[in-house]
Design a protein around this ligand. Structure first.
Ligand code: FE2
Length: 409
């Protein structure tokens, strides 16, 4: 597309960008505009500052980029700009003058694209699967120094309290996995720096994809605005097996496949899919479980507000005075499972689901019981997590000024 030197526009055809995100050493093949802030008839004057960066000396470009507070690109050149940001991600994340919020937005934007692609892919061939995992690996490898640093925790803190969405949730889980490993390397007996880096990359990839199995869960269950009834709760539980199965042919190491499969197992054996407890649960899965629940509790749901990190961790570390009652509800939900899970994964899905619904208790009654279970769960969840790992997680995120968790330690 060829851009004109001047436009009169209500602003909807232009996107603001940070001039510091332009790398003076890399050719920007899109035009930059400035906006005149006085509007006539609701239209602003957008004047072209630079058609592309090929015709200007490096130092001159650097001076200009520093002098401009904000510049605009034309929407028609957005794809070029996104491609440019993707290719210059390391430059942006290492730039001292770009603030954490902008770095986070950039990273979340690019990560959302690859994760969304993964969630939309139909897993029709091994090759498609490989490509999807490779795209994610490639992106994370370029961002790993930033996403495993304490500085980036400020970015995570900015995202606390947002709406729960599977994509952003998965990105945050991957991100926090990398940070946790970086600060608790003694747990994982890896000797060289390059091996640690590789391990963090794989952990972040596994975090990005830990819930990918949800693509196989009916949309009306996944997107249900209210709480899930027992049957739906059980259907959702099959996502861990689906995630592992979809990623089975990829090169994700076995330990990370186990992390994905067991990220809902509880320390006391009350989790799923295998009701493993204590030492039977791999350490990576235990860490992923802590991070998964932390992010879920600190995100806003249609039926409940987000908790602050302090409140969430207090619940996660607290003993539940109603544990016996809670376990009764959990057992009830699990007992429903014995029939459904095997039936659901076989063919003739709709017919089996109908039959299962007939067996299900009355919707209203089931809903009440689920609500009671959720209320009880929020009274304390220490039985779900390994105490030492939870403490390490609190210490890890508390090392950033963005979280004040001192009262918990
Ligand atoms: Fe999950």
């Amino acid at each position: 597309m060829d851009t004109a030197g001047e436009y009169f526009d209500d602003g909807s055809s232009f996107v603001p960008i940070d001039p510091l995100s332009i790398n003076p050493d890399s050719l920007a093949d899109f035009a930059l505009f400035e906006r005149n802030d006085t509007s006539t008839d609701g239209k602003y004057r957008f004047r072209c500052l630079l058609k592309d960066s090929s015709s200007i000396p490096r130092q001159r470009l650097l001076d200009l980029l520093r002098a401009w507070d904000i510049v605009y690109i034309h929407k028609k050149q957005r794809t070029k700009y996104t491609e440019y940001v993707r290719n210059n991600l390391e430059f942006i994340l290492k730039h001292d003058e770009i603030d954490v919020k902008k770095k986070t937005d950039t990273l979340i934007g690019l990560s959302t694209e690859v994760v969304q692609e993964a969630f939309q892919s139909n897993f029709s061939s091994h090759q498609a699967c490989h490509n999807m995992v490779e795209n994610i690996q490639h992106l994370i490898a370029r961002a790993i120094d930033y996403i495993s640093s304490i500085a980036s925790l400020g970015g995570i803190a900015e995202l606390v309290g947002h709406d729960y969405e599977t994509h952003t949730h998965s990105i945050k889980v991957g991100w926090l996995m990398a940070i946790f490993i970086n600060f608790n390397q003694d747990l994982f007996s890896i000797s060289t720096r390059s091996a640690v880096k590789e391990f963090m990359i794989q952990a972040a990839v596994a975090g990005f994809l830990h819930d990918i199995g949800k693509v196989k869960i009916p949309k009306n269950v996944i997107n249900k605005p209210g709480k899930l009834n027992n049957l739906e709760y059980v259907i959702i539980q099959s996502h861990t097996a689906y995630s592992t199965s979809l990623l089975f042919e990829t090169k994700l190491p076995r330990s990370f496949m186990q992390m994905i499969l067991y990220h809902h197992e509880n320390e006391d054996g009350s989790g799923y899919p295998r009701e493993l407890g204590g030492d039977q649960i791999p350490v990576l899965a235990k860490v992923c479980h802590i991070i998964d629940v932390f992010d879920a509790l600190t995100s806003r749901r249609p039926y409940k507000p987000a908790k602050s990190p302090f409140e969430a961790l207090k619940i996660m570390a607290g003993d539940n005075p109603y544990l016996e009652k809670l376990q009764k509800f959990e057992t009830e939900a699990r007992e429903n499972k014995r029939v459904p899970v095997t039936a659901i994964v076989r063919d003739d899905y709709e017919a089996k689901l109908r039959r299962l619904r007939e067996k299900e208790m009355l919707e209203e009654e089931a809903q009440k019981r689920v609500e009671a279970r959720m209320r009880l769960r929020d009274q304390g969840m220490s039985h779900c997590f390994n105490k030492d790992l939870l403490r390490r997680f609190i210490l890890t995120i508390n090392s950033s000024d963005s979280f004040d968790l001192s009262g918990l330690l």
